[in-house]
Design a protein around this ligand. Structure first.
Ligand code: FAD
Ligand code: UDP
Length: 394
């Protein structure tokens, strides 16, 4: 890479995902500073990258299905300056022992599963009775959290097998908050998310990034790995790093556990394979966790092809050369992460951010929200001369 690009830049941003792109956009447009963005992939957008599948014309989400939802009005308004949103509302389903149930677990799921008509109070009373096996203790892990929310029968049907496939880690070793992403409802409300603002970007996710990075003060270089150019960095150049934190420190404190997903794509000879965008498979004997049919994310589009594209998702432990998707976050991981944080605090030109940089599962709106906050509280004050470090207080 041209050395001049580095010496002319006011800041280097490693990673063109939502965290990096939001900061690049803010720093260039609001502060008039020069930003150099690099990504080791050959495209922008990070894990939210989408592109058109040549065989079917369907927009494919390369790193797994992405659904935008938020209740954060600031993030919603910010993102809407780069894209319109469709009226898409996600509905989830799970197949268990050859029957299809609505997800997240709601009154319809409960009535269907137990084969009874139950009122909200009756259902709640039944589940509370089942959850009583835990006693008064607060749930300490994923299994206990799930049982406290849905009781053992529903846990064993819809959560245990799926979680075993997704994490291949004892559910008693997994943190309770993973399951907090899967709400339970005592109504027939079957929308997957309850957020105030939901939809899919009208022209796909990649177009958002093209617009965010279009400013004349932003230079974007793709196919560039940070560690290849690290020796060339000018001494005081601030760096926003959104790659894996353990990689940054050359794994010196140990490796952090991640799950990755292999997506097995197949073009099916029918315009509609499963009638919905995502079908989960709860049975442990079915090797994949879910099947995604991408065209259903954009029902507003006229797809000319009479074929459809599906992806079967298989989850496994991520090695160093795999794409890290989900932080496993066991107690050991938390201890390792803590040690990296201590080391990061000593580097005043280093700002760690995003999903990989902070070892946290972040939804898109959370990554954008965190970047907007970092701009306000760290990067803005730094460029105004009010802070002498870009490292963030975590
Ligand atoms: P990323 O998008 O991961 O971007 C980091 C970038 O840094 C990458 O492009 C990477 O190539 C680059 N990088 C790393 N190391 C280096 C290096 N050494 N040199 C140069 N570049 C480097 N969120 C939702 O809101 N809704 C969803 O439905 C949803 N579904 C998801 C499904 C899956 C399977 C996954 C994995 C995530 C999903 N997410 C979803 C989360 C969403 O992907 C993240 O919130 C978002 O990608 C976070 O942005 P980021 O910038 O932190 O990280
Ligand atoms: N989960 C489950 N059964 C399902 C869907 C999810 O047990 O049918 C659990 C599982 O542990 C999973 C977590 O809930 O890791 C979060 O699932 P979600 O689908 O929200 O996350 P995603 O995989 O889409 O990020």
């Amino acid at each position: 890479m041209d050395k001049n690009l580095l010496s002319e830049a006011d800041i280097l941003i490693v990673g063109a995902g939502f965290y990096g792109a939001t900061l690049a956009e803010r720093i260039s447009t609001q502060l008039g500073r020069r930003v150099l963005v690099i990504d080791r992939r050959r495209h922008i957008g990070g894990n939210a990258f989408t592109e058109q599948d040549p065989a079917t014309g369907v927009e494919i989400h390369r790193y797994g299905p992405h659904l935008f939802h938020t209740s954060n009005e600031e993030v919603w308004n910010y993102l809407r300056t780069f894209t319109g949103f469709t009226t898409y509302r996600h509905r989830g389903f799970s197949t268990y022992r050859d029957k299809v149930y609505p997800l997240p677990i709601n009154l319809a799921t409960i009535c269907q599963f137990f084969g009874k008509r139950l009122s909200p109070d009756e259902a709640r009373g039944m589940i509370t009775g089942q959850a009583a096996e835990l006693g008064d203790r607060p749930p300490a892990n994923l299994e206990e959290k799930a049982i406290s929310l849905v009781g053992r029968p529903l846990y064993e049907a819809f959560i245990k097998g799926y979680t075993a496939k997704q994490w291949q880690t004892d559910p008693r070793e997994l943190p309770a908050q993973i399951i907090a992403r899967l709400p339970v409802r005592y109504t027939f409300e079957d929308g997957y998310f309850t957020d105030r603002f939901q939809g899919q970007p009208v022209d796909g996710y990649t177009a958002i990034f093209e617009r965010m990075l279009a400013h004349e003060l932003i230079e974007t270089r793709l196919g560039v790995d940070f560690f290849d150019i690290k020796p060339l960095l000018p001494k005081d150049l601030p760096v926003v790093y959104t790659g894996p934190i353990d990689r940054y420190f050359d794994y010196s404190e140990g490796e952090l556990g991640w799950r990755t997903i292999d997506i097995d794509l197949e073009v099916m000879d029918t315009p509609d394979h499963q009638g919905t965008a995502i079908m989960n498979y709860a049975d442990e004997a079915v090797p994949y966790t879910r099947v995604v049919e991408f065209r259903h994310f954009n029902p507003e589009r006229q797809h000319k092809s009479d074929k459809t594209l599906i992806g079967r998702e298989y989850s496994r432990f991520a090695g160093r050369s795999d794409e890290p998707y989900y932080p496993i976050d066991t107690r050991r991981d938390q201890a390792v992460y803590g040690r990296y944080l201590e080391r990061a605090a000593a580097e005043k030109n280093l700002h760690l951010g995003g999903r990989l940089g902070t070892y946290r599962y972040l939804d898109m709106h959370q990554a954008i929200g965190a970047a907007l906050k970092a701009f306000e509280t760290v990067l803005g004050p730094y460029f105004a001369g009010k802070l002498d470090s870009v490292s963030r207080s975590l």
